[in-house]
Ligand binder design. Sequence first.
Ligand code: NAD
Length: 484
Amino acid sequence: MARTPITVAFGDGIGPEIMSATLTMIEAAGAQLEMETIEIGQKLYEAGYPSGIDERAWESLHRTRVFLKAPITTPQGGGYKSLNVTIRKALGLYANIRPAVAYHPVIETLHPGMDIVIIRENEEDLYAGIEYRQSIDQYEAIKLATHPGSERIVRFAFEYAQAYGRKKVTCFTKDNILKMTDGLFHRLFEEVAAEYPAIQKEHWIVDIGSAKLAFRPQEFDVVVIPNLYGDILSDIMAQLAGSVGLAGSANIGASYAMFEAVHGSAPRRAGQDVANPSGLFLAAVQMLVYLGQTEAAERAHNAWLRTLEEGIHTRDIFREGKSRKLVGTQEFAREVARRMGQEPQSLLRPVRYPQGVPRPRADFPYLRKEQPKELVGIDLFLENSPTSPESLAERLQSLAGPELSLQCVANRGLVVWPTRQTQALRVDNYQARFLWRASCGTPPTQEKGLELARKCMEAGLGIVRVQWLYRYGNEPGYSQLQGE
Ligand code: NAD
């Protein structure tokens, strides 16, 4: 078999130790890899690269398109950007795949039957990182959801389920509150699910769904989930499986892929040969499957399961009376390498990676559908000392021409005019919603909206943001305010 070129980074903290152990194990399994090593992380940050990566590393990644990465240490303080987020975005790694598997009875877990895969959207949502300070009192982050971004992660989840013979895909959102962003994710989930009738589908509101997942994970199979919820939930599930040291993850895009442990660089354990290399190792197994080296993946995975089954454990999972031998990072790798060709026999089940199974598709074409769009109003966000809403509304009404009618004024998303008294906190940032009067006889224009914004500015009402309100077909392109 020809060797596949990959890029490898040994990372920081425990990174070099767990990477060399991982390479020992997968090479013993017969992985056919041509490795290019790059330096990323702490040294690069210190050398003045704000994202911890230099041109040489990018060249290698663009050449091989497959990255096996050990954890790195992110320096504290401002001015540094997350290397992981930078790489995910630059390489379009939109799908984060995190299996959470119980190794009962070998490793203590509350959930012996757990065998789930969390597929987390990796690029959008609050992780788009668009944040503003809008006034003295108010800060904002934008939760970004796009049609192609949501559709492809949902499609990927069904393709994944199909490729790996999984039975069910569950979607988690909070679309009872976030009707537009999470609503889009949920709607596309339902539409895409209809194209995969052989796979069961279900949707849960993320709060109660997460509670159910943490309580009875054995009732779940594949979970597809927006970025932030997925980040939190997948760490919880990794911990429930027994140890964060056991969880590996894949980041997949249309033409690149990155494989890494879920945990970080654990600096306090560095250099002591105590870290568990299993998280990075299981990520590397996922990489072998991705590369079509399924025989090596299966050999490696089963030898690892056999080693666990025989009670040969690193410190994080070692239990007096249950485990048989306490080993360091490198010795654990050698014990696994020695067991190549063996499978677990009594306590754990062997894994099977059938030959020739196509990997799940990740390159989905997106057909953008044009839609009629009509301007219907404007929201003006104003920085204003917390005056009485009535007096603010009065001033705004006097500034609006005959075309625009003031519908309401809101503070922190809650309507404060016209309304009854509320006990809710009021801050220095108001949202004034103006809608076009159908009776005025002139069609809505952005010029009229800007004219109003200018008048407000001249009257000393600090404009923070101008937001156009559109209808798309029959649907408003903006949410109703609470109490509107
Ligand atoms: P961490 O995951 O490094 O450690 C959390 C806890 O888990 C610690 O108690 C640690 O000792 C333990 N642990 C982690 N991996 C282990 C292993 N393989 N075997 C045994 N025990 C293990 O998280 P942290 O302490 O919050 O972060 C440390 C550094 O790692 C930070 O600089 C952070 O920015 C970075 N980090 C990097 C990545 C990455 O590169 N993908 C991910 C998360 C955190």
